[in-house]
Design a protein around this ligand. Structure first.
Ligand code: AMP
Length: 222
């Protein structure tokens, strides 16, 4: 099994990379941000609660986030997938510890944690040009990864939108929250010997190749 975590600031491209790696290796892609956006779109109880936090660029409280993740993670062993990719989870120390407990209970172990490293200037540029498919969640960028037809998703033909939280004020708050609460997880996973730094600048293909190289290296050694 290959069980991965993608860590990194908002806009580092971790979602894009997580979805590519998941497809290539037949892993279940679990993105808590996508889960919340989906719940919001469907107007569920969780969606209504989570929306208040997403709008402001704040983190959804741990108990809600962990519950949402847990119910999906539990499906992995019987899903026919070769493992999972966590994208946007964990984001707090408490979430990381809860994840360890969950994986222990499920007799699963983490294969690697990728930290996708990108400068703050580049992050702001990326987030402000980001567009997502309202329907399938696929991510585009107006300059670096535009759709073939303006404003339309290549994969499913639905309309692209800008996320509310990709507007400048909310971007600022998300970056602040990231530095305070999520960045310290780098130390948490480094101490476990699981952390791999990946330079996140360059094209999507270049970053993907860097990740694949590390994965090959890990698999050769196991
Ligand atoms: P993302 O799509 O990963 O940038 O996440 C978008 C928003 O969803 C974040 O700004 C948070 O409000 C919420 N969110 C996503 N993942 C988590 C998490 N692990 N813990 C708390 N809130 C989260």
């Amino acid at each position: 099994m290959i069980n991965l975590i993608f860590l990194g600031p908002p806009g580092s491209g971790k979602g894009t990379q997580a979805s590519i790696i998941a497809r290539k290796h037949n892993l279940m892609h679990l993105a808590t941000g996508d889960i919340f956006r989906d719940e919001i779109q469907h107007g569920t109880k969780l969606g209504k609660e989570a929306e208040k936090y997403l709008k402001r660029g704040e983190l959804v409280p741990d108990h809600l986030t962990i519950e949402a993740l847990k119910s999906r993670l539990e499906i992995v062993p019987s899903s026919g997938r070769n493992g999972f990719v966590l994208d946007g989870f964990p984001r707090t120390d408490n979430q990381a510890r809860e994840l360890d407990n969950l994986l222990n209970q499920m007799h699963l172990t983490l294969t690697a944690v990728f930290f996708i490293d990108v400068s703050e200037d580049e992050i702001i540029q990326r987030l402000s040009g980001r567009r997502i498919c309202k329907s399938c969640g696929f991510v585009y960028h107006l300059v670096y990864n535009p759709p073939k037809v303006d404003e339309i998703c290549d994969l499913c033909g639905n309309k692209l939108i800008q996320r509310e939280d990709d507007k400048p004020d909310v971007i600022k708050r998300r970056l602040q929250v990231y530095h305070e609460q999520t960045k310290p997880l780098v130390v948490y996973y480094a101490e476990k010997g699981l952390l791999h730094f990946v330079n996140g600048s360059g094209s999507i293909e270049e970053v993907e190749q860097r990740i694949e190289k590390v994965l090959e290296f890990i698999q050769e050694g196991s």
